[in-house]
Ligand binder design. Sequence first.
Ligand code: G3P
Ligand code: CA
Length: 345
Amino acid sequence: MSMNLKGAVLALAAAASLAAPFAAQAALKTLDGKAPLVIAHRGASGYLPEHTLGGYELAIKMGADYIEPDLQLTKDGQLVAMHDTSLARTTNVEQVLGQRNGGYRVGDYTLAEIKTLTVNPSGGLSSTTYPGFNPSAAEPYRVPTFQEVIDFTKQQSALAGREIGIYPEVKTAGLEIETKVLDTLVANGYKTGDKVFIQSFNASSIQNINTRQTQLGYDFQLVVLGSANAIGTLGLANIAQYADGVGVSIGSAGMGESFIAAAHAANLKVHGYTFSKFDDTANAQYLEWYGYGIDGVFSNYTDKALAARTEFLAAQVPEPGTWAMFGLGIAGLAVFARRRQQAAA
Ligand code: G3P
Ligand code: CA
């Protein structure tokens, strides 16, 4: 090997070694070694009315990786973003429309009727406004359809210059809703590999969606939700046959670092719900779970989840083996420099 070639090889090795610590910084305990995802749980639900375009937009402006619409079917078969099966907790249905069949079930009202409602703040620091934020939607606190959420997400992705992921949840089991959720994504041009997760507490729903998407030639990432116990009963290896991850209550018995490691061993991602703290203890909670290798957090406070993630990533140090590589790289550079000097002398 010529002197120049040797030098080039050494320089390349050195450059690779110099870069190694930074690569190691990204090699985290998550299943894919990447930074944990911040999923805007019901939008920026800690600050603004949940499952509204206004709330999703604030979360996106804060930097959320994904927004999470929970989905229900209206009386006329339209998918709307709504957590509860009832309209009572989050909207003014009582005043505007009154009861149907003795209650306020989403499925007892048409989309046109639901569109007359306003979504109210509920829980946490939620309010009708957020300092410095002016929602761009004409009616930011109405109940949006899934189609409107998708349109808004795509528009916001174009504005932000980054792909904002979508993480719909099939809230009530049934072939109609399962089919509509999947087919709506397909009709909107989402492709395998796009930032999409489909979730459900009902494992059968996820199995049905998996069957249908396979028939259609798609492979969106699927997530089964539940407590650590419920997931354990289903069996991680079994879930891994048809899903890509599990969404697990961080408050459930058995959920923690060992559970995450076991899920990873079964090739399943773990997304934890719900990160709802807004006091001084919130940051430490995120840091703890990021340290466990959790793959994503469903958070009501996207800004807090992201601030903690930034702190967590900055604190990661290269492993000893990487430092050795780093040292070898420096030594290689020194040898190369000395030989260049000798050759020039
Ligand atoms: O979907 C994850 C998490 O959102 C589950 O809780 O009840 O808020 O939908 P929930
Ligand atoms: Ca949800």
